[in-house]
Design a protein around this ligand. Structure first.
Ligand code: CND
Ligand code: ZN
Length: 394
């Protein structure tokens, strides 16, 4: 009997040691959509996610939206290192935290932030700035210590824009995560992680749209529709949506556009069409596509003297613009913004609270909800012009 007890105790003790080791090692094996190379389909792989290092947070993803920016990497119009885990518009739960993390704890509902807010750099300290120095807009694909937390088949896999949400678990810097209200529905508020905030902020914060003004939005995808919602909430009296795909018009009208046109409907330049439609009174234009030609069209379409044009669409990498400087000489303002000019850690929780208070509706933007493993179907829906936002759930 004594012998049995002691053997049992040894086994128990060993079990406890192994358990402690696995907690200390802390590597999580889970599924992720890995993009091994550009122009290739996603491959759902088992990956290892290392534990969060100092000032890092490991997050279990609950829902993630598909944004055109992810597709820019697949197509090669946005620079990235490969292999990579894309995705930057999500909701999750904090699984564990690294040393020194004070602003979130395990169990918190959070939104990962593709634009961090360190609260220390010049952009963070300036009331008008938001492009935190810790952001990865050049596509390094690593966390702040220069390494990645993802491994697949023995190879390191890169991060994407500090977030990487097409995975069951991710690791982000503490400056790239915002705690949100626990009551927020994950499959909806994930859009506050990119599409909604980018568009809405571009109108209210960057464009500073004035009540009674006329606004024109080039591109009626998830971000463009969110610009419309921002223009409407700022009190614009005329909101004109522009898209080549007329199927987008119905949704645009439903979220606040007063009329919609296709550039194909006239042989005249779109700036002339808009000038005629409005009696030469377009106050604000927004380019929400990511094409050089439409950036110039949008600039030329706002009033030559007091108009403001905002570049929201992600510019194709390594491409240059040539334009007539007279467009600016006469007084137009030309701006751009990342994440709608918003300060991510401050503004994301506020927008979630406003959503819960029904100040705006995200349902209009979500056309499809699919299980995570159907990610490729989600991208097909985007590329065939059928979806606004597809949300993947885990
Ligand atoms: P999505 O592709 O859903 O929408 C673009 C819309 O533009 C579609 O409805 C197209 O039919 C339409 N379109 C395409 N070409 C033309 C054209 N020549 N003339 C008129 N309409 C056209 O994209 P999204 O809404 O997800 O994103 C829009 C852009 O915003 C995209 O470039 C994305 O990368 C960028 C973006 C920027 C930021 C930021 O922080 N600035 C954040 N997220 C996305
Ligand atoms: Zn995005």
């Amino acid at each position: 009997m004594k012998h049995f007890v002691s053997r049992h105790t040894v086994r128990e003790t060993l079990g406890m040691v192994f358990q402690r080791m696995s907690v200390e090692a802390g590597v999580i094996k889970c599924k992720a959509a890995v993009l091994w190379e550009q122009q290739q389909p996603f491959s759902i792989e088992e990956i290892e996610v290392a534990p969060p290092k100092t000032k890092e947070v490991r997050i279990k993803i609950l829902a993630t939206g598909i944004c055109r920016t992810d597709d820019h990497v697949i197509k090669g119009t946005m620079v990235s290192k490969f292999p990579v885990i894309l995705g930057h518009e999500a909701t999750g739960i904090v699984e564990s935290i690294g040393e020194g993390v004070t602003t979130v704890k395990p169990g918190d509902k959070v939104i990962p932030l593709f634009l961090p807010q360190c609260r220390e750099c010049n952009a963070c300290r300036n009331p008008d700035g938001n492009l935190c120095i810790r952001g990865d807009i050049t596509g390094c694909g690593v966390l702040s210590d220069g390494t990645t937390r993802f491994t697949c088949k023995g190879k390191p896999v890169h991060h994407f824009m500090n977030t990487s949400t097409f995975t069951e678990y991710t690791v982000v810097d503490e400056s790239s995560v915002a705690k949100i209200d626990d009551a927020a529905p994950p499959e909806k508020v994930c859009l506050i992680g990119c599409g909604f905030s980018t568009g809405y902020g571009a109108a209210v914060k960057t464009g500073k749209v004035k009540p009674g003004s006329t606004c024109v939005i080039f591109g009626l995808g998830g971000v463009g529709l969110s610009v419309i919602m921002g223009c409407k909430s700022a009190g614009a009296s005329r909101i004109i949506g522009i898209d080549l795909n007329k199927d987008k018009f119905e949704k645009a009208m439903a979220v606040g556009a007063t009329e919609c046109i296709s550039p194909k409907d006239s042989t005249k330049p779109i700036s002339e069409v808009l000038s005629e439609m409005t009696g030469n009174n377009v106050g604000y234009t927004f380019e929400v596509i990511g094409r050089l030609e439409t950036m110039i069209d949008a600039l030329a379409s706002c009033h030559m003297n007091y108009g403001t044009s905002v570049v929201v669409g992600a510019p194709p990498s390594a491409k240059m613009l040539t334009y007539d400087p007279m467009l600016l000489f006469t007084g137009r303002t030309w701006k751009g913004c990342v994440f709608g000019g918003l300060k991510s850690r401050d503004d994301v929780p506020k927008l979630v609270t406003e959503f819960l208070a029904k100040k705006f509706d995200l349902d209009q933007l979500i056309t499809h909800v699919l299980p995570f493993k159907k990610i490729s179907e989600g991208f097909e829906l985007l590329n065939s012009g059928q979806s606004i936002r597809t949300v993947l759930t885990f």
